[in-house]
Design a binder for this molecule. Structure first.
Ligand SMILES: [Ca+2]
Ligand SMILES: [Ca+2]
Length: 202
């Protein structure tokens, strides 16, 4: 009996950590103080008449002590971006893990929590691949409160409206992904909160 008990203990002590590894991988929780510019913790900006303000919010959050609050006015012909990851202009935008340290083939999707207000705003969620190619997934704020948005990698499409000059433009989503960004699409003036960006297997 003692041996059986020992086997059980061994099994669970080994099985639980390996099971936990197969679960979601938290890559960004927006827990740093938010600042922009060259030394920013978030790389954000806007142009052609659109405007955006990015702050941390400690009242509305899904995990940790705060979320990312995006207050925006997206006008026709304007643009904006709110980005985190690697290879961006701002210097302190790193995720919690580096892209190279992630076993990407273990995950089929990238997900985040959005706090909606049923504003009907369409929000683009872009990922930049290893060849600097930008891939897009569009969500609609048609919910209230926190909602997990799961974006399957195979449902992203290569952006046709804009690509970085350095993009490989090979129409292949090349891993590792280096950064992600949000862009509320015109015309819309509202607020959205983002938290808990994870790699998931759904
Ligand atoms: Ca958080
Ligand atoms: Ca590519």
């Amino acid at each position: 009996m003692k041996i059986i008990k020992l086997i059980f203990i061994l099994f669970f002590s080994l099985a639980i950590p390996s099971f936990a590894q197969e679960k979601n991988l938290l890559i960004e929780d927006f827990e740093n103080p938010v600042c922009g510019g060259e030394n920013g913790t978030v790389d954000f900006g806007s142009g052609s008449g659109s405007s955006v303000e990015v702050t941390a919010d400690t009242n509305i959050k899904n995990s940790g002590a705060q979320s990312l609050k995006i207050t925006f006015d997206a006008v026709s012909g304007g643009y904006m971006w709110i980005a985190k990851g690697f290879g961006l202009d701002a210097k302190n935008t790193a995720w919690l893990v580096t892209p190279e340290a992630i076993t990407w083939e273990k995950y089929s999707s990238i997900s985040f929590y959005a706090y909606g207000s049923n504003s009907k705003t369409r929000i683009a969620f872009d990922i930049k691949d290893n060849g600097n190619e930008m891939w897009r997934f569009i969500i609609t704020d048609d919910f209230t409160g926190w909602k997990q948005i799961v974006c399957l990698f195979n449902e992203f499409f290569a952006r046709g409206d804009w690509q970085p000059q350095t993009a490989d433009a090979n129409a292949v989503l090349d891993f590792p992904i280096k950064s992600f960004q949000f862009e509320p699409l015109a015309e819309a003036k509202s607020v959205i909160y983002i938290d808990t960006v994870e790699l998931t297997n759904k």
